[in-house]
Design a binder for this molecule. Sequence first.
Ligand SMILES: Nc1nc2c(ncn2[C@@H]2O[C@H](COP(=O)(O)OP(=O)(O)OP(=O)(O)O)[C@@H](O)[C@H]2O)c(=O)[nH]1
Ligand SMILES: [Mg+2]
Length: 330
Amino acid sequence: VTRVSSPRRGRIGAVDLPALVEQARDGQPLAVARLISLVENGADSLPALARLLEPHAGRADVLGITGPPGVGKSTTTDALLRALRQAGRRVGVLAIDPSSPFSGGALLGDRIRMGEHATDRGVFIRSMATRGQLGGLAAAVPQALRILDAAGFDIVIIETVGVGQAELEIAHLADTTLVVLAPGLGDGIQAAKAGILEIADVLVVNKADRDGAHDVARDLRQAQAMRGQLDPAGWAAPIVKTVAARGEGVDEVLTAIDGHRRWLAGTGTGPRRRQARLTAEVIALALGQLEAGVRELVGTEEFACRLADVPMGRTDPYAIAAWLRAATTD
Ligand SMILES: Nc1nc2c(ncn2[C@@H]2O[C@H](COP(=O)(O)OP(=O)(O)OP(=O)(O)O)[C@@H](O)[C@H]2O)c(=O)[nH]1
Ligand SMILES: [Mg+2]
């Protein structure tokens, strides 16, 4: 069995990868954008790209921002971006919507958000999708992080919508994860609370100009206290109220992020998280390749024949699965 290769992959055109990486490291936004497109499309050159980038990566702080729809994640990201730029830090933003993997490319929203920073080389904003990457977002996002990291961004913000399983997985890619909530989310948030507390390093209660923000913060504190009894040595996420639309509370959020960064360094949790991130990337890549190999075989005549033998009692599903596994990895 040949290695899996989709006809789309690798047909990005002749790319001078080392030159592109040099241009990206030089801060050229077009080069950064082209490299991220390679990741989205699952180009054949991705292993080579990872090797070119790795010596220059590992410096950026990765900040995850997630939360239910409409709570103000993008507004918060923008407010943080502005504050971080004022402090002289270079910031890359990857906006990811796990529920719509095909929306891809530079969205209208990016261009609007980018507008303010269009001439600022210290800012790069990009929506990301995964059309071709094996292993989906879990494999694509770390490679995109590597690109922005090697391109010299001090902080990379990964913004994802929602608090479902996919979002939680992506949130785990960050060094520090902000979960943004807001008043008026209803009962859905109750169900999601366990997951939220699990991943949040900083809890942001946005729209504090509205009624109910105080209640949300109090609920979170109570849930956190119960959880803290189970894990007293753990990190208790600070709860910060913000009005992101007016930039209020943003300094407090940055202070909370700094506090978490010091805790990561002081406890050795930081390197452990990065190790976990790398492990998750490798697993996603391996599973993606295995799955593609299995699906390719499922399209063959031989598979159809084996399947037809099942009702005759000549073989069974377990045996066919074992054959698939062996044929995919040999
Ligand atoms: N009242 C109030 N409105 C806010 C605040 N921050 C953001 N908004 C508004 O809330 C709406 C949603 O904000 P976004 O930043 O787009 O929220 P989001 O979480 O990124 O939304 P999705 O990406 O669609 O999930 C917009 O109309 C914002 O203007 C705030 O602090 N107070
Ligand atoms: Mg948004």
